[in-house]
Write a protein that binds this ligand. Structure first.
Ligand SMILES: Nc1ncnc2c1ncn2[C@@H]1O[C@H](COP(=O)(O)OP(=O)(O)OP(=O)(O)O)[C@@H](O)[C@H]1O
Ligand SMILES: [Mg+2]
Length: 250
């Protein structure tokens, strides 16, 4: 299958630090890829590099057959790549609806304010925030702000969506709700990359896992195989986790 996204030896340096170090990766349409690795591994930087926020200092990024490596973030967004932010930052003085409508206008190619508001209502209903459309974004709980991030990114009508720790800080019930939404997004035809520390989430939702460590891709493949990979256990999961997996208790 033709890849949707292809990274060829992608590098992002910050001074002397290679936060992303010659990463080769491709994603095919429809898959959900889990991006895991220890704190500081380069996961968020990889998303920032793909989306043009911190452009690659080496290598090539190709999306739907066209090189996007050095394009500006708003151009990349309008090509069909959206992301959520690890630290959620809604415009607090705006309503929930206006926050999402801004996304629809910014990159969702909404032709008018009315169209942007209509799209926003659809995305808020899709993410279960319909009843809060007129509330001020500053009144939302963390779980609701994370959903607002999802609705904002969907308003950009992406074909590739990158989710950066959308479940961090949520309780079990909130995570279950978020996973149901992510599954619905996937079923609607959007290809997804999800950065996630909770292995239960990764294993329940991802078709494939990619592991970063010190900026380098150290493993990738089918989830159950990757979590048994000794290099991944050593770098990230730890021996206790591996023992629990082997015993079938997680
Ligand atoms: N804007 C920046 N300027 C300088 N260094 C940066 C910048 N952004 C990230 N880094 C560094 O790049 C490395 C990778 O950071 P990154 O935030 O991508 O890791 P991460 O895998 O997302 O970690 P976490 O799981 O904690 O979110 C770290 O050493 C970090 O300090
Ligand atoms: Mg991060």
């Amino acid at each position: 299958m033709t890849p949707l996204l292809q990274l060829e030896r992608v590098e992002r340096r910050f001074g002397g630090l290679k936060a992303v170090d010659e990463v080769n990766l491709s994603m095919v349409p429809g898959e959900i890829v889990g991006l895991i690795g220890p704190n500081g591994a380069g996961k968020t930087t990889l998303i920032n590099t793909i989306t043009g926020v911190h452009p690659a200092t080496g290598g090539r990024i190709v999306f739907e057959g066209a090189e996007i490596t050095q394009l500006k973030p708003h151009v990349i967004a309008s090509r069909g790549i959206a992301r959520t932010f690890q630290i959620v930052q809604p415009f607090p003085q705006m309503s929930v609806l206006e926050n999402v409508a801004a996304g629809a206008l910014f990159a969702g190619r909404a032709p008018s304010l009315t169209a942007a508001r209509e799209a926003a209502i659809r995305h808020l209903e899709f993410t279960g925030l319909g009843a809060l459309a007129d509330s001020s974004a500053s009144t939302l709980t963390l779980a609701q702000r994370k959903r607002l991030e999802l609705a904002k990114s969907l308003a950009m009508r992406p074909r590739l969506l990158m989710l950066d720790e959308v479940n961090a800080g949520l309780n079990t019930a909130e995570i279950d709700d978020a996973l149901a939404i992510i599954r619905r997004i996937s079923a609607s035809g959007v290809t997804i990359m999800i950065v996630e520390h909770l292995m239960k989430v990764v294993l329940s939702i991802c078709n494939r896992i990619v592991v970063l460590h010190h900026g380098q891709l150290i493993a990738e493949g089918e989830p159950q195989a990757v979590v048994r990979n000794p290099a991944v256990i050593e770098a990230y999961l730890g021996k206790r986790y591996a023992g629990a997996m082997a015993g079938g208790t997680t």
